[in-house]
Ligand binder design. Sequence first.
Ligand code: MN
Length: 705
Amino acid sequence: MSDSYSPFLTSSASTDSQEDRIVDAAFHDLLNCYVESNHRKKVEIIEKAYRFAKEAHKGARRRSGEPYILHPIAVARIVVEELGLGSTSICAALLHDVVEDTDYTREDIEMAFGKKIADIVEGVTKISGGIFGDKASVQAENFRKLLLSMSTDIRVILVKMADRLHNMRTLGSMRPEKQYKIAGETLYVYAPLAHRLGLSKIKYELEDLAFKYEHPQKYREIIEKVNETEEHRVAIAREFVAPVKKMLDEAGFKYEIKARVKSAYSIYKKMETKKIPFEEIYDVYAVRVIFDNDDDALEKIKCWQIYTFFTENYKTHPERLRDWISIPKANGYRALHLTAMGPEGKWIEVQIRSRKMDEIAELGYAAHWKYKDGVNEDESELDTWMNTIKDILAHPEPNALDFLDTIKLNLFSSEIYVFTPKGDLLTLPTGATVLDMAFAIHSQLGLHCMAGKISHRLVPLSHKLQSGDQVEIITSNSRNPTPEWVDYCYTAKAKSRIRTYLKKAGNADILSPEELDRIATPESSHEEKRSLVKRLLRNPFSSKKKKGEKKAAPIDRKKVFTLYPDDKEPNYHLESCCSPLPGDDVLGFVNEDEEVVLHKVSCPIAMRLKSAYGSRLVVTRWGGSSSKFPATIELDGIDRRHILEEIVELVSHKFNINIRSMNISTHQDVFHCNMSFFTDTAESVDNLCDNLLNLKGVKFAKRVT
Ligand code: MN
């Protein structure tokens, strides 16, 4: 199929800026690649993903200065062109940075594109955000292990691989220290992983790019030598293959012969490990014979036939015959390798492959797509490939030195891999909680554990961990296990430690100061909340003014009191029980400071006040025009006495914000609070959040809408 596809781009009227044209052209090229592939044509969803990503990254730029959206487009193009994947992966690639870098969430993506695409995007986000964050320095070994364990869908790894490849190709515009970090990770993590998945072309490119940034001088030297010797190499190769070509022609083969040079990084590695100069690396020279074949049954025989064309003309190295056709490499690689003595006494490596073997060698199992028509990536084909990969993982090559051979690994493991803030890896059983992790690190940590912190959010002790989570354990010396802790953990170790502690504590005759302290503190935070509410109700008009502060002038209870919500300091107060909005039907009560306190007419507290304190009632009406917009913030923190009171005090009194709604839930020691209100500017919300974070125990405060 070679007809060019015109993408649907007519909806936006102002796309004539040069940048828009560049972006649209890049997407157009991507679509063309897809349309030319053998995949089922699901163009619409790809266009939708493009529009979504373009909108989400609107205005953002890469360090190079180009529009950010060009990056996801390039990643998607690698996904289709170099990995041979289809629409699901293309969409995930287009959207792969949306959750990490923009305000859109996984839920937004799931809503628009379904669960599968959202899962892949989330997986990619988790890999890059959680693990390679600035703080974490994760050992390569751990990362690879994790990468494979958490990716229940292999496409997560493939999209991530494409992302990394594009970042490496554009590494030049990064800051030098970032270049080092990224190049290092690439060499230690991604290149071996690419090799493992049989993506040798990508592996070599990643290695060479990383090498170029890590050792620029050495890289340049090798490239220069390779270039210097090219002419000679081509001449030797031509002379070497001439008699073989004749025999291939006579036997009626359709074929292609490539004179190939080792990659710069492989040359460098060999020079380093063997301590030899460039000139002594014999397999710098390699020749590859790729033949067309349409009968799978004859593939092997043809390889051996071509093999004899070389042995009839040259002396071959007896120890360097590699038969990867009878027993393919674990990553799926199949070919016949031999080394023959060429002109000038130089050993030349020969690789014999069918076209299909060659593509599998270059593209890995992704190449299999190319041999199917109308492939639907989402169905059985992908499962087949996944199973092959799983097989590879379960039966590693015996002699290879790469990572999977030393680790017994299951793709769908009963274990999870979690990280400490410093990047140390812990292996826990699936189902393990924050409390289990605390005990796994150290018993003392477990015994004083209050909560966990994952991606900046607090979670309770019983929170179930997932592979890839990076967890900070929050402790307090005054915190000790209670009987219900046994239900908060999963591992036998944690349960037995807790039981031992409880037994000891129960037998003790004298209470420790901490225990005394705990007895003095209301056990349940629920209870605490209730008493706080009681206190608030008991004294509805209690003065909040400090001694010495002047009372306002008395309010005339007989006149209608006009409320000014838009003023910097509204001339009334709100209680958190009902939080009326401007325009709501409200009742005003005058408190001891001669201030008007508002309640909704429907508020049960207002009803009680009305009957008990009729003389303090004042009729109100709303004045001014409301130009405020609604906002919602979320708070997390460690629960303690008076925390709710302090939050409410800060929000409604210090900031004079009318709380519309407030939801609080506590799990063990952690509380979550969700609060909605009207506000004038976004800055004042940020300012409020900053102030809330200063309250003791508040660990997270952020605007969510
Ligand atoms: Mn990216």
